[in-house]
Design a protein around this ligand. Structure first.
Ligand SMILES: NC(=O)c1ccc[n+]([C@@H]2O[C@H](COP(=O)([O-])OP(=O)(O)OC[C@H]3O[C@@H](n4cnc5c(N)ncnc54)[C@H](OP(=O)(O)O)[C@@H]3O)[C@@H](O)[C@H]2O)c1
Length: 257
């Protein structure tokens, strides 16, 4: 029995030395999953976390069309956050794999880009409110529910819900109703989950990325994702349990609800 164990150890050492077996370090890399990773802020986060040596899982509704993401070392997984079947399939694929960080980034603004028509009560459609709610509020809630076992296996145990300053109840103004209502709902998801997941040592926050030049943010954004996302990553990196249940701007400022 002892000879057998010794022989196995010698074999593993020789295989590792000649590059045939994975050295232990490669499995101890931190890991992250980012939803909505095929463009915009999600894509930038994938690139930046890869640079930092993370194993990066990035989701896309249509992985075959995610050409920019394909050009990176991101492990691309299919996900539509509005489909429970799709969320279950993702959880199945990730079964037993640790996730240090989960970023619920996928989001939907509505059919009218920022700066065009303001949706108001007179023109509002029920379908639009439901769409925003399904992507921005229920999406992160059920993705998180499915991936809690993975976050528990991770060392950092951090969940980031990508919100927006326009979700703040203290911010007056009347436009983008579906978006703002659904992101305010997301903030409540953060508050409730943070209280429930504290017992599992999991930190949950809402984050606002600033106004970025992306498809959603349009050219009116005053930030490039390559400027804002490294700052947000620093905030995420420095998060402690004292900050769970809070709302943080990309530059580290604590935001009011
Ligand atoms: N850009 C800003 O200035 C700004 C400001 C405040 C907050 N945010 C928030 O930051 C996050 C990222 O914004 P962004 O500017 O990068 O937006 P974006 O350029 O419009 O990208 C949105 C991403 O979400 C994905 N997505 C949409 N619906 C989905 C669904 N049902 N299931 C899965 N993925 C879905 C999109 O996938 P497809 O390509 O398949 O549509 C895309 O990957 C969003 O949550 C947004 O609300 C952005």
């Amino acid at each position: 029995m002892r000879t057998h164990l010794l022989l196995s150890l010698i074999t593993i050492t020789i295989l590792t030395a000649f590059g045939y077996a994975e050295p232990a370090e490669s499995t101890s890399k931190p890991s992250i999953l980012i939803t909505g990773a095929n463009r915009g802020l999600g894509l930038e986060l994938c690139k930046q976390y890869l640079k930092q040596g993370y194993i990066v899982y990035g989701t896309a509704r249509k992985p075959e069309k995610a050409t920019e993401l394909q050009a990176t070392d991101t492990i691309i997984l299919p996900l539509d956050v509005t489909s429970q079947e799709s969320i279950d399939a993702l959880a199945q694929q990730l079964r037993g794999k640790p996730l240090d960080i989960l970023i619920n980034n996928a989001g939907y603004f509505g059919p009218n880009p920022i700066g065009t028509r303001m949706d108001a009560i007179w023109t509002l459609s029920r379908e639009e409110i439901e769409n925003c709610h399904a992507v921005n509020t229920m999406g992160p809630l059920f993705v998180t529910k499915a991936l809690i076992p993975n976050v528990q296996l991770g060392k950092m145990k951090k969940i980031i819900n990508m919100s927006t300053c326009s979700s703040m109840l203290s911010r007056k103004g009347g436009g983008a109703m579906g978006y703002r209502i659904s992101k305010a709902g997301l903030n409540m998801v953060t508050v409730v989950l943070s209280a429930q997941l504290k017992q599992l040592d999991i930190i949950v926050i809402s984050a606002a990325p600033g106004h970025n030049k992306t498809d959603m943010g349009t050219d009116m954004g005053n930030l490039l994702p390559s400027q804002s996302m490294p700052q947000l990553m620093k905030v995420i990196d420095e998060l402690t349990m004292e900050q769970t249940g809070g709302f943080w701007y990309y530059n580290g400022k604590n935001l009011p609800w």
